[in-house]
Design a protein around this ligand. Structure first.
Ligand SMILES: Cc1cc2nc3c(=O)[nH]c(=O)nc-3n(C[C@H](O)[C@H](O)[C@H](O)COP(=O)(O)OP(=O)(O)OC[C@H]3O[C@@H](n4cnc5c(N)ncnc54)[C@H](O)[C@@H]3O)c2cc1C
Length: 417
């Protein structure tokens, strides 16, 4: 892969930068990029994010890779990367659209009817309606197909009951995409159906979960006799697993890239700022060795990401190798944050915006890092995917493979009880 912009890419970059210069303030190069996790729940921040998205959309800078008919610009993935690189150089509100634009929009485009595409995609693109993903349940995360929330036919529509958990942004979302069990008499993957749900429907209760970093980015969501119109089914009845796989493949690409170790510069700045034995930490041999090790691995990850990108830009669809970026990037990001906290000595234990070094950035990143190793597939699950679907190693034993879901024993709560 040639890392230089082609003449067309260079022209696009210049245009993107010019628009950003007119519309946003550049990031101060001497300041660390903010840790936006945990700010997202405040309504004023959500309003700023929506306003920024609308401005980009109105002037042709939103959802660049989406087809024009759905409000996108019909551009390639390289232009999208260039845009993201340029946008990151400016102070902009947090992106609350990773799930909608990165995962759910592409799922509707792949599986939706023409009416569904026309109804949901353009408003999703402009960002005035926010979407959440309602997949995980208390007893179904890694084993998502073991989920127990149900939907049953009711006249022209469906009635939904059950509970979802860890639903990011459900408390400020207008729409959700949900997978539920519609047939317990067939093996677990075969009895699922995928729906679009209006988050303001009667019978939905959203309870925020308090996180270790103080934020409340995700929620428990309870469904009690929630009615869903028949036209909100996405894909065929019983085909929910196939539709959900489209969302999950896009998820690994959407969040995999962001999980990485992009904070090397901030770490380097910290090592120059803090003291070790009365001298700047950067002068210590062991610190330098660790920084070099982190740098080498960060670059390896960066180039692996570019290799995936290169394949995608040549028309490949997101595949299981998309798991590699997150499998390596999330642990590395955690290691970087842990080292940064350690470098601060006793002050590392302090999380206070005014008193902490770099306004508590590293403490926040460190506290969020375990979540990044779980969200969108845990380390172990990603390794299983790589082992089975990239390296073609023998698969795990699956005792429930051809068994009707209601006959699968699953602990005291019992799927079949
Ligand atoms: C920050 C964050 C945001 C999230 N946002 C959303 C969201 O918006 N929507 C949503 O639906 N969900 C969301 N989730 C939930 C996430 O998808 C699940 O937490 C994840 O899939 C793991 O499921 P679980 O928590 O039930 O853990 P479990 O699946 O119960 O796993 C527990 C442990 O067992 C290990 N394990 C499980 N199965 C295997 C196996 N076969 N082999 C080896 N080890 C195994 C796991 O690796 C893990 O260490 C989010 C989670 C986080 C942390």
């Amino acid at each position: 892969m040639d890392f230089n912009d082609t003449p067309q890419e260079a022209e696009f970059r210049t245009k993107a930068r010019a628009w950003l210069q007119k519309n946003a303030e550049p990031v101060n190069p001497d300041e660390a990029a903010p840790d936006v996790l945990g700010e997202r729940e405040d309504p004023e921040t959500i309003a700023r994010s929506k306003a920024w998205q609308a401005r980009k959309y109105d002037e042709g800078w939103a959802v660049l890779t989406w087809p024009k008919e759905y409000g996108g610009q019909g551009l390639g993935r390289m232009e999208n990367v260039i845009w993201n690189q340029e946008e990151a150089k400016f102070v902009t509100p947090p992106n609350i659209y990773t799930i909608g634009h990165g995962m759910l929009g592409p799922t509707i485009m792949s599986h939706g009817t023409p009416e569904q595409k026309n109804q949901y995609i353009p408003s999703m693109a402009r960002g005035q309606e926010v979407w959440c993903q309602l997949f995980s349940e208390p007893a179904a995360g890694s084993d998502l197909a073991g989920l127990r929330s149900t939907a049953v036919h009711d006249g022209d529509g469906w009635v939904l009951n059950g509970q979802k958990i860890w639903s990011t942004g459900a408390h400020y979302s207008d729409w959700g995409m949900i997978v539920v069990r519609t047939d317990p008499n067939v093996p677990k993957h075969a009895g699922l159906t995928y729906f679009i749900v209006d988050m303001r429907s009667p019978g939905i209760e959203i309870r925020p979960i308090k996180q270790i970093n103080g934020g409340s980015g995700f929620n428990e969501v309870f469904f009690s006799d929630v009615r869903i119109p028949g036209e909100n089914r996405l894909g065929a009845e019983g085909d929910g697993w196939r539709v959900a796989l489209t969302t999950l493949m896009n998820e690994r690409v959407a969040i995999g890239a962001g999980a990485g170790a992009g904070r090397f510069k901030d770490l380097f700045r910290l090592a120059r700022q803090v003291k070790l034995g009365g001298r700047p930490a950067i002068e210590d041999g062991a610190v330098r060795q660790k920084l070099a090790s982190i740098y080498v691995r960060s670059r390896g990850l960066h180039y692996t990401g570019l290799r995936t990108l290169s394949a995608l830009s040549q028309g490949a669809t997101p595949g299981p190798e998309g798991s590699i970026g997150k499998a390596v990037g999330a642990p590395l990001a955690q290691e970087i944050a842990a080292f940064a906290v350690e470098l601060q000595g006793a002050a590392g234990a302090l999380l206070d915006e005014e008193a902490s070094v770099m306004e508590g950035l590293w403490q926040n990143v460190w506290l969020s890092a375990p979540g990044m190793r779980i969200a969108g597939g845990t380390d172990e699950i990603l390794k299983n995917i790589i082992a089975e679907r990239v390296l073609r190693l023998p698969p795990e034993t699956r005792l429930d493979k051809d068994v009707a879901f209601r006959d699968v024993p699953s602990g005291p709560a019992g799927a079949g009880s």
